[in-house]
Design a protein around this ligand. Structure first.
Ligand code: CUA
Length: 158
């Protein structure tokens, strides 16, 4: 069977477009937005309060690491612990977060910090707090009746 030259060309063009589309979807889904379960760190979600570092939620200054602060955060229906996070501007921060019950989100509105918190897993994200301001932290995974009231605040200060 003879395949016309243009037909061949269009067939390969179609195949290439399909590949390009899948690559774009695959990369963009995980590249800059949501970070579902980006760690292999597992945890017994029923004992989160007893397990370090989650037995001490809050902002911790650290030495000798690639970041200056660790924000240890525990989500549960329908709040975050701690409620308020304060970080000096310019510091490098590692968010270490998990949930005590169901899936919650951790999105810092107006930034690209956006993690999914799954029971049994620890989610981590390193970023630099380079903008002074107050940022709303919202839960963007539906978690029940109080979902819309689940938020906390990140303050980047001078
Ligand atoms: Cu927690 Cu929605």
């Amino acid at each position: 069977m003879h395949i016309h030259k243009y037909e061949k060309w269009w067939l390969s063009f179609g195949a290439a477009m399909l590949v390009a589309f899948l690559v774009i979807v695959g990369v963009s889904a995980f590249h800059n937005g949501t970070h579902p379960n980006n760690s292999k760190w597992t945890i017994n979600y029923e004992k989160v309060d007893e397990i370090a570092p989650f037995n001490q939620p809050g902002v911790h200054k650290v030495e000798g690491k690639d970041w200056d602060y660790e924000v240890v955060l525990v989500a549960s229906a329908f709040s975050y612990n701690p409620m308020n996070i304060e970080i000096p501007v310019g510091s490098k921060v590692k968010f270490i977060a998990t949930t005590k019950d169901v899936i919650h989100g951790f999105e810092v509105a107006g930034t690209n910090i956006n993690m999914m918190l799954e029971p049994g897993y620890v989610s981590e994200y390193v970023t630099t707090a380079d903008k002074v301001g107050e940022f709303l932290i919202v839960c963007n995974e539906y978690c029940g009746a109080g979902h819309a009231m689940m938020y906390s605040k990140l303050m980047v200060v001078n």
